[in-house]
Design a binder for this molecule. Structure first.
Ligand code: FMN
Length: 345
């Protein structure tokens, strides 16, 4: 399978199998997308698919300064200029919808405590808050009613994304954020309909997906997962049992794609998922052109995604095609700042 030939995921047609991974760049002051972001995404439109940086669904879902949102009319209008620019360059762009759950702080939430399935705090200090060491707070345990209202927020964000002209939505279910906190029994200690068995811990994920599907149709909805990863201190007593159940349930939904951030580095992860799941998989983490080609050829994944290489190589597809050397990335300009290390590569 060549990286440079098209593939169709549900109703989304990719002109090649190279996907730009979601990359938080923290250049949206006031959580409002802007012209600089438009230029950045348009520069990368030769990707088969762009997944946007994680985008906050509501003011209660924020975890970091200067990350864009999709709850207000102004945000919708700004995103619209971005989707139009990407489409004008022949690209496709799907928005990643994000609620951080406990990975936040009251100073980012108008004084409200972060929320989570259970009142289990993360250890250590919150990152990228600016100004000293601030420990994570013990989150507020969501009530049944509050969970339903968060699902409504996802639906509203999906409706806003539709008006903003995206090609689809991707639920951020990875990296230890809210959806992941519900899935894992290290963070989900509930004993109601949303906790306990794997079925109950998966309920939040599946209900959010249903809400997104009600707006977009299943073939324009994707899901981002990081199975067997412990990012942001998620853990599970039986991850095989958890993810086997999740993937078997996903078979019933006919999603556009599932993105796997494979932090383990082991191909066994894709092999297991392939044995459970019949849909399209996008593989990710630490790919070079050669390793990505190998995983595509072996059929373990249907498309391949690059994160950091996309930061420093807006023309990644063309460089792969011509064999030109890749520009190294500069980590000091990953988060926040100006066009330097953003649109000037
Ligand atoms: C600066 C930076 C920001 C990131 N932001 C996000 C994000 O918003 N959403 C997400 O799902 N993953 C995010 N990731 C993870 C990447 O999407 C990707 O999974 C990771 O970089 C591994 O891919 P790579 O080895 O090709 O870089 C981020 C990674 C980096 C380096």
């Amino acid at each position: 399978m060549s990286m440079f030939t098209p593939i169709t995921f549900g109703k989304i047609e990719l002109k090649n199998k190279i996907v730009m991974a979601p990359l938080t760049r923290s250049r949206a002051p006031g959580h409002l997308p802007n012209k600089l972001m438009r230029e950045y995404y348009a520069q990368r439109a030769s990707a088969g698919l762009i997944l946007t940086e994680a985008t906050v669904i509501s003011e209660d879902a924020i975890g970091y300064a200067d990350t864009p949102g999709i709850w207000s009319e102004d945000q919708v209008q700004e995103w619209k200029t971005i989707t139009e620019s990407v489409h004008a360059q022949g690209g496709k762009i799907v928005i990643q919808l994000w609620h951080v759950g406990r990975v936040s702080h009251s100073s980012l939430l108008n004084g409200k405590r972060p929320v989570a399935p259970s009142a289990v705090a993360m250890s250590g200090n919150i990152r990228r808050l600016g100004g000293g060491s601030v420990p994570y707070e013990t989150p507020h345990e969501l009530s049944f009613k509050e969970i339903k209202s968060i699902i409504d927020q996802y639906k509203l964000a999906a409706q806003n994304a539709l008006r903003a002209g995206f090609d689809g939505v991707e639920l951020h279910g990875a990296n230890g954020y809210l959806v992941d906190q519900f899935l894992h029994d290290g963070t989900n200690k509930r004993n109601d309909e949303y906790g306990g068995s794997v079925e109950k811990r998966s309920r939040f994920l599946l209900e959010v997906l249903e809400a997104l599907i009600s707006v977009w149709g299943s073939e324009r909805v994707g899901l981002h997962l990081s199975p067997y990863s412990n990012t942001h201190e998620v853990s599970d007593s039986d991850p095989d049992k958890l993810f086997e159940y999740v993937f078997k349930m996903l078979n019933k939904l006919n999603l556009s794609f599932v993105f796997i951030r494979n932090t383990t580095g082991s191909l066994e992860v894709y092999k297991k998922i392939r044995s459970w799941f019949k849909g399209h998989l996008i593989g990710n983490q630490n790919y070079s052109f050669d390793t990505a080609s190998m995983e595509l050829k072996s059929g373990l994944v249907d498309a391949v995604s690059f994160g950091r290489w996309y930061i420093s190589n807006p023309d990644l597809v063309e460089k792969f095609q011509t064999g030109k050397a890749l520009t190294p990335w500069n980590e000091s300009t990953f988060y926040g700042g100006s066009e330097i290390g953003y649109t000037d590569y």
